[in-house]
Design a protein around this ligand. Structure first.
Ligand SMILES: [Fe+2]
Ligand SMILES: [Fe+2]
Length: 482
């Protein structure tokens, strides 16, 4: 069986898992393939399906240069099954089985738990493609249009990644789950995607950038914890997915950064010092900073809900079982079993937000969420450098974790962005200062006019510093057919 760093592109399904010799799984995937392509055509990007797009495709899974760039029509993209190379002698890094050889087959006692983890992760991948499908019509440039489609085809591949594991290791149940993954729909009343943030709308490009910055980053954290898994095929799958995920985070971070930069430049050129002089800023055809802050508040709080409840026995069980570790588990220096340690948590006690030490095993969701917040804050810091360099006093901040929550203990209260608990009517009265209003959304929508000339950008966003694959500024990233 092949586990090399080269990928076999000869068959219908590119792979480095030896599908050519694995008839059973190859047949299952080939049976699933037409339904996937059908889903892509119906629920993937609206329009542009016949336009050659300058996309990267993985040609190897090694750390050195795995991508080849070329013009591809999206339905012809070579979605495949790619695992990072096996690590000789790998052992289970944490939990009750710590130190035992990593599993190459599903441990029977944890079968249901593992399947559930795969299905939940798998469900998010097509969901985001569905959420973003209409954005091509309003792309601010060919560069951004191409980045959107790159993210979309890779989320499609992430679905393949989870479907491979389901079909290879879960037999009939796995095949049924794989079918269901193509049936649920983001935002559908009867058959929604499994997690809340993946049923929200992504109405405009600022939302897209915020989503890839905040919500894809949740994906990164989940994949990073699953990459630690004692179930080795899952670990290897997620390690490769993380290399793709890094690009999604880049698209989000630089996207918002370019919006902020353009706003800062326009304010300076017009001699506007007060970021709250919103009408004047908007008249310049750029997005005012308070509205950008409100969008960040919204996407951050929606994403925090994805981390689940503060106290979670599911998370403790998955850790104990050796299936899902902590972020960078392999770099941590404790006992990796957490049988006697505690973790400091923010909790709601008698209507107040307080710190409390709880058993570390029960707080794994919050530990991951705290790691997430730190990771996101680094990117926000880079946004703020743009403002500092422009001499503008405004700074983007992350709201308090209790703000605008629907899951977990803080769902019961109305906390403002500073974490102050307000009476419900007060919170409602202040809402328009914390979350985007319909007026804000209408203004942003009014800016969403497509720009399709090579090297041109919409008024509200700065060009990128460098092109994709070092291509020049006027490169035609998407060849749009009339
Ligand atoms: Fe993904
Ligand atoms: Fe992603």
């Amino acid at each position: 069986m092949s586990d090399g760093s080269q990928i076999d592109y000869n068959g219908l399904i590119p792979n480095n898992v030896g599908l050519a010799e694995d008839l059973r799984v190859r047949k299952a995937l080939e049976t699933w393939h037409p339904g996937y392509v059908d889903w892509w055509k119906r629920m993937g990007p609206e329009g542009f399906q016949n336009s050659p797009v300058y996309l990267r495709t993985a040609v190897g899974v090694g750390s050195e240069g795995w991508a080849k760039f070329d013009f591809v029509r999206m339905p012809d993209y070579r979605w495949g099954v790619l695992l990072a190379p096996a690590i000789e002698g790998r052992t289970i890094p944490f939990g009750a089985h710590k130190g035992e050889p990593a599993w190459q087959e599903v441990p029977g006692e944890y079968r249901a738990m593992l399947r559930r983890l795969l299905v939940i992760q798998g469900d998010t991948e097509p969901a985001s493609v569905e959420q973003q499908r209409h954005l091509g019509a309003t792309a601010p440039s060919l560069y951004d249009l191409r980045n959107l489609f790159q993210v979309n085809v890779e989320e499609g591949r992430h679905l393949w990644a989870m479907v491979y594991l389901l079909q290879k290791y879960f037999g009939r149940d796995g095949r049924e789950e794989a079918e269901e993954l193509l049936k649920r729909r983001s935002g559908d009343e009867d058959s929604p995607r499994m997690l809340g943030a993946f049923n929200e709308r992504t109405p405009d490009w600022l939302s897209f950038f915020m989503f890839t910055f905040f919500t894809d980053r949740d994906g990164k954290m989940q994949l990073a914890s699953l990459a630690q898994s004692g179930f080795d095929p899952l670990s290897r799958t997620c390690r490769f997915m993380l290399t793709e995920e890094a690009h999604h985070m880049f698209v989000g971070e630089t996207g918002v950064q370019r919006v902020i930069q353009r706003t800062a430049e326009a304010m300076k050129a017009a001699g506007i010092d007060d970021p709250y002089d919103i009408a004047r800023v908007r008249a310049l055809g750029v997005i005012d900073l308070p509205t950008i802050q409100k969008k960040a508040n919204l996407h951050f709080s929606l994403t925090l809900d994805l981390f689940g409840n503060e106290i979670s026995t599911n998370a403790a069980n998955a850790f104990n079982a050796g299936l899902k570790g902590r972020y960078q588990e392999d770099k941590l220096t404790d006992d990796h079993q957490l049988t006697s340690s505690t973790y400091p948590l923010l909790r709601l006690r008698d209507g107040a937000i307080v710190h409390e030490d709880v058993p570390a095993l029960s707080a794994l969701n919050m530990r991951l969420r705290d790691d997430y917040v730190k990771d996101a804050a680094v990117g926000v810091g880079r946004w703020n450098r743009v403002l500092a360099q422009a001499g503008i006093s405004f700074r983007i901040t992350l709201p308090h974790v209790a703000f605008n929550r629907s899951i977990g203990e803080f769902a019961a209260v109305h906390a403002d962005t500073q974490g102050r608990i307000l009476p419900a009517d007060q919170w409602e009265a202040d809402r328009e200062t914390m979350l985007p209003t319909s007026g804000d959304s209408q203004f942003i929508a009014s800016l969403m006019q497509p720009v399709r000339e090579r090297g041109s950008y919409a008024s509200w966003i700065a060009p990128p510093r460098v092109g994709v694959d070092n291509r020049p500024g006027d490169f035609e990233y998407v060849k749009i057919e009339a």
